[in-house]
Write a protein that binds this ligand. Structure first.
Ligand SMILES: [Zn+2]
Length: 248
């Protein structure tokens, strides 16, 4: 434990210098002025889809189903050609230009999750993949106790797109900054098995560095069968995410 803590502190300095080197190589990229209106309208249309089908279902929905649902509900309205082109651009752009070096996990925008492959976890609006992810989650919930909860599970391309765009918005249009904490759609391991855990009742705090101070996190660290995807100084260019459990 002491060794890990020590490495953690060393890593923090390393991360600082890596981030600095990266800033020189890749200056921050922002949403272009001419795309701002489309950016906003995609966010609000996705939001209307989510409110129509519900939070849990939105975690799994495919791009093709989103297009169909939007078209059939007047309160959502069909995605415009400009909006579709913008979504395609986001999905197929190589995010290395944003300083993100992770691997692509989903090849096509239209790739869908087979609902038979996932299972909903009681008391959450989230799903995990059956077998591998499900077994690991149940095992660590049993080993850590009832205060450990699933905070985010399987995410379709659409869900990741929506989270990514919301993050860019909260970073005032800075795509580079947003990509460090919410990876672009097509690059998330949530789409293929990883999940996030947190401390019951902690809400948003579970997605901050404060989670690394909880007893739940330290107990997670003690389990030899658990590893964290985005460690301090990870090569993907993602911030340290103590809550994100690596599966594949
Ligand atoms: Zn995660």
């Amino acid at each position: 434990m002491i060794r890990r803590d020590f490495l953690g502190l060393m890593g923090a300095t390393l991360v600082g210098s890596l981030a600095q080197a990266d800033e020189l190589k890749h200056p921050d990229i922002w949403v272009k002025n001419e795309q701002k209106a489309t950016f906003e309208s995609v966010i609000s249309r996705l939001d209307r889809v989510e409110r129509t089908i519900g939070y849990a279902k939105f975690n799994l929905i495919s791009f093709n189903d989103v297009l169909k649902i939007a078209k059939s509900f007047p309160r959502i309205g069909a995605f415009t050609p400009a909006e579709i082109a913008y979504i395609e651009e986001i999905f197929y752009t190589d995010p290395v230009i944003y300083g993100f070096y992770g691997k692509r996990t989903i090849q096509h925008l239209s790739d869908a999750i087979n609902e038979k492959d996932v299972i909903k976890i009681d008391g959450t609006g989230h799903y995990v993949y059956r077998e591998t992810s499900q077994e690991l989650l149940l095992r660590l919930m049993k080993d850590i106790g009832p205060t450990l909860i699933l905070t985010s599970g399987v995410r379709s391309v659409v869900k990741q797109l929506s989270l990514h765009l919301e993050k860019i918005k909260s970073e005032n249009g800075n795509i580079t900054m947003a990509s460090r904490s919410l990876v672009p759609p097509g690059f998330s391991y949530h789409s293929v098995g990883d999940f996030d855990v947190g401390k019951k009742g902690w809400g948003y705090q579970n997605f901050t560095a404060n989670f690394a101070r909880t007893e739940e996190f330290w107990n997670l660290q003690k389990l030899s069968y658990v590893s964290t995807r985005y460690t301090v100084g990870n090569g993907d260019g993602v911030r340290f995410e103590p809550w994100h459990v690596k599966i594949v």
